[in-house]
Design a protein around this ligand. Sequence first.
Ligand SMILES: [Zn+2]
Length: 287
Amino acid sequence: MHLWSIESNHQHLDGGAMFGNAARAVWAKWVTPDELNRVLLATRCLLAENIDGKTVLFETGVGAFLEPKLSDRYGVVEKEHMLLRSLQQRGYSHEDIDAVVLSHLHFDHAGGLLAAYREGAEPSLLFPNARYIVGETHWQRACRPHPRDRASFIPFLPELLEKSRRLELVTGDHSPCLGESTRFSFSDGHTPGLMHAEIGGDNGVVFCSDLIPGRPWVHLPVTMGYDRFPERLIDEKKDFLADKLERGVRLFFNHDPDCALADVQRDEKGRFSAVNPQPAVEGIAIE
Ligand SMILES: [Zn+2]
């Protein structure tokens, strides 16, 4: 099996919201904000070739489904559907994908499932031949969001996924579609039932999703304003990082614009950091 990082659309989001209760003077040393106090974020995806003979896309990024007014409000950088272009550069159409794995259904992770916005056109799903793989616990939240996180979801998406008859809900470590090669674990601090796909077991790669959006968030106390339960997230992140360090599993980041993959390190004081940053994943082989 081979893994490739696949870029979807970038976003400019408020730096304060991305770094929770960290002071601006601190986070601005890690990421330089623009004149509107926004930071640049990737919404990166991961493509796996030949997982049990299947071509699997992990996540879809924000995509280009937002109407122009909302696209501007959420700081989406590119107007075209970058995921489709990036897949094409790897030689794939969205029709070639056998499964799309979604860590959660926040719009900056699942928006790329949808065709690009066209005035007057009904929203429609791409990936007509794929199973859409979503964690069962998170699915319940996406169908019935809390007022606090409702704006993070795409209101019409659950119905479209259900109607496709290709939705597969994951309740345990593995999904029927992907078999033993992909192991799932879950965390609740960012959103209930956030699903982390680990590909290749020990010395493999894990999709951190919004538990750890990029290198600055590897530092345990750093959380996002969007996280539903920040203290729980920190506890979950500590266990997650200790486990990945012990088993040599590399971290895949979807929001870090300059780093797709890194290793975990822990210093003598027990502080975690990301080392050996890779800007892209280019065909690494996983057993
Ligand atoms: Zn999220």
